[in-house]
Design a protein around this ligand. Structure first.
Ligand SMILES: C[C@H](O)[C@@H](O)CC(=O)C(=O)O
Ligand SMILES: [Mg+2]
Length: 452
């Protein structure tokens, strides 16, 4: 990896982690069949450097209670991060990724899954943010400018080589190399396609759903997602309502958030099939590869795909799902798997199998992150927008220093250096849990009761 001396000499001087929560449960933004009252939250990492005012900011997304556990886990990795030079980290990022995610004792809590993996993702996201800022590039541009060989060097291919070899990955990247510049110009002009989730959260009234769909149409949206899975009669009524507003020329997707047994998913979706959903998302347990495969087989004749990924812990799970034909839409998440290093291996595997990647972004800050992933995926790995769109949820963007820019239902490429992950100072301070001003006030007036 080519690194300037300026970058190489920096050390990570300090890692700080914060528990930051937003009270979205008050309005039921983000609610679904199983997460009925989420408070969108992040375990937020700030990395200070030894010889530069640049800071790396990153996070893992959570939905309230338990964010403190992720913060604690992040702090357990401090000894591997503080004092490390950036030359050492970025110079061989694949190796650093392995050092971090496979700490010989902490790995027992995963490995590469759950709270420890989310903690690693938050730290790695902050490192990518710092790298982008030091190179004065948004992260999508930083990664897109890598040569195929440099790109491969940040990936840990262990556990993937039976599904995709480094040579196959190199081939995919080399095939796209000569036309990268063209696609970069294209996305700078027109952005990338997106779909909107915030029209159909489970806790919204019919009136609110109708209004949100009408607003969506006026804003130029073509793809809409609704939550399903509590009552089939309610789902039927809501799907009919949404279709009556958006018509059949626009696309509708459905998300069950893991609520069903396998056969129940199949039966339920037969009842909703007349609304022609493009996909059913998370029909059953996120770990149930065979279950997803069975649902996919049953949905195929109905023209409905299976989408999943927001709860897929790592590349190994994606390997099972993709190679078994158990998903038709790959919903990688910017914080659950091990950041860009691991995402790259999943994107390459998806490209090998011609599976569209539609990153998950229903949360706080996820849209800010995943726009980078979709952009470099399009530029370097999967140069198509056929069924390949990025989720958008219209909440809490105002708290970020460089929020997403949406126009006509499309993300416009972020131009600010870094990973778009940095919170405004005031927002951070006000939302720190439980002592930030927002939480103090909600607790004092009885709108919030701590759950422990
Ligand atoms: C709890 C989250 O809001 C979840 O419902 C998001 C999700 O499933 C999605 O965006 O997709
Ligand atoms: Mg979902």
């Amino acid at each position: 990896m080519n690194l300037s001396d300026e970058i190489r000499k920096q050390k990570i001087a300090k890692l700080t982690a914060y528990d930051v929560r937003f009270p979205t449960s008050l309005t039921l933004d983000g609610s679904d069949a199983v997460h009925t009252d989420p408070d969108y939250s992040i375990a937020y990492v700030v990395l200070k450097l030894s010889d530069s005012p640049v800071e790396g900011h990153g996070f893992a997304f959570t939905i309230g209670n338990g964010t403190d556990i992720v913060v604690h886990a992040i702090e357990s990795y401090r000894y591997l991060v503080e004092g490390r030079s950036l030359g050492d980290i970025y110079g061989n990022f694949g190796k650093f990724w392995r050092d971090l995610t496979n700490d010989s004792q902490l790995r027992w809590l995963g490995p590469e899954k759950g709270v420890v993996h989310m903690a690693c993702a938050a730290i790695l996201n902050a490192l990518w943010d710092a790298w982008g800022k030091l190179e004065k590039k948004p992260v999508w541009k930083l990664v897109s400018d890598f040569t195929p060989e440099q790109l491969l060097s940040v990936i840990d291919f262990r556990y993937m080589t039976d599904a995709i070899t480094q040579d196959e990955a190199l081939q995919i990247l080399r095939t796209n190399e000569s036309t990268k510049a063209q696609r970069e110009q294209e996305i700078l002009k027109t952005g990338i396609p997106a779909y909107v989730t915030s029209v159909g959260w489970m806790g919204y009234s019919d009136e609110k759903i109708k209004k949100r769909c009408e607003e969506g149409l006026a804003e130029g949206w073509k793809y809409y997602k609704m939550k399903v899975g509590v009552s089939v009669d309610d789902d039927y009524r809501r799907a009919k309502l949404i279709r009556s507003v958006i018509g059949y020329e626009n696309k509708l997707m459905m998300d069950a958030n893991q609520v069903w047994d396998v056969q129940q998913a199949i039966d339920w979706m037969h009842k909703l099939a007349e609304f022609k959903p493009l996909w059913i998302e998370e029909p059953t347990s996120p770990d149930d590869v065979l279950g997803h495969e069975a649902v996919a087989k049953a949905m195929n004749p109905l023209g409905i795909g299976v989408a999943t990924g927001e709860h897929c812990a790592n590349r190994v799970m994606f390997k099972q799902l993709i190679t078994r034909g158990a998903l038709q839409f790959c919903q990688v998440d910017g914080c659950r798997t091990g950041s860009i290093n691991e995402l790259l291996s999943i994107l390459l595997l998806a490209a090998k199998h011609k599976i569209p990647v539609c990153p998950h972004a229903g949360g706080v800050g996820l849209c800010e992150l995943v726009q980078h992933i979709s952009i470099f995926n399009y530029i370097c790995i999967a140069p198509t927008f056929e069924n390949q769109m990025t989720e958008f949820a219209n909440h809490l963007h105002e708290h970020f220093i460089a929020p997403v820019v949406m126009k006509n239902g499309r993300y416009h490429a972020p131009l600010v250096p870094g990973y778009s992950a940095e919170l405004k100072k005031d927002s951070l301070e006000a939302h720190i849990y439980p002592h930030g001003s927002v939480w103090k006030e909600l607790t004092a007036n009885g709108q919030h009761k701590p759950r422990h």
